[in-house]
Design a protein around this ligand. Structure first.
Ligand code: HEM
Length: 142
């Protein structure tokens, strides 16, 4: 397959996490229903991000180790892992056993921090594609 899988798969965690953070903020005004929906979206985001990460690692292996693109790819990967960790902490902070409860202030804070990190992750991912042609051009530049 010539088309990379990573850009297809990233839409799932990005959408799930974006709406999870929006749901968390909405839960401050709307209460438990929005908080519960945010929790479900967090689970979807945390699980689908693992598939996106595996596909990302396959793309990473194709980048020249000495290139500028590899430095950006490493920053992108670190930020992706930070995003995953922040959202995972947010999820665990709202679990009571296996049940989702109303997110606390700390859970919402981790969700917002996860979203900020997610934006930075996407920014670096975009630089890989649009500045360096990773996954797009046959011959990839530095
Ligand atoms: C181990 C973790 C990851 C690695 C090694 C990785 C690697 C890469 C690479 C090599 C690219 C450029 C080539 C391509 O688009 O396939 C890329 C692009 C991108 N990545 Fe990742 N990635 C990882 C995780 C994630 C996660 C978790 C997200 C989002 C939740 C994400 C979002 C993006 C986005 C938005 C782009 C730009 C896609 C485009 O504009 O077409 N990445 N990533």
């Amino acid at each position: 397959m010539t088309h990379p899988l990573h850009p297809i798969l990233v839409h799932f965690p990005i959408a799930a996490w974006f709406f999870a953070t929006a749901g968390d903020i909405a839960s401050l005004f709307l209460g438990m229903q929005a908080g519960w929906a945010a929790g479900v979206l967090l689970v979807i985001g945390v699980v689908t991000a693992i598939f996106a990460m595996v596909a990302g690692l396959l793309e990473l292996a194709k980048i020249d180790q000495q290139s500028d693109a590899m430095k950006i790819a490493n920053q992108h990967m670190m930020l992706a892992m930070v995003s995953w960790s922040l959202y995972s902490v947010s999820l665990f902070l709202r679990l009571d056993g296996a049940a989702l409860v109303q997110p606390s202030g700390a859970a919402i804070l981790f969700s917002v921090l996860g979203f900020i990190s997610l934006c930075a992750t996407g920014w670096y991912g975009g630089r890989l594609v649009f500045e360096h042609g990773i996954g797009v051009r046959k011959k990839q530049s530095d």
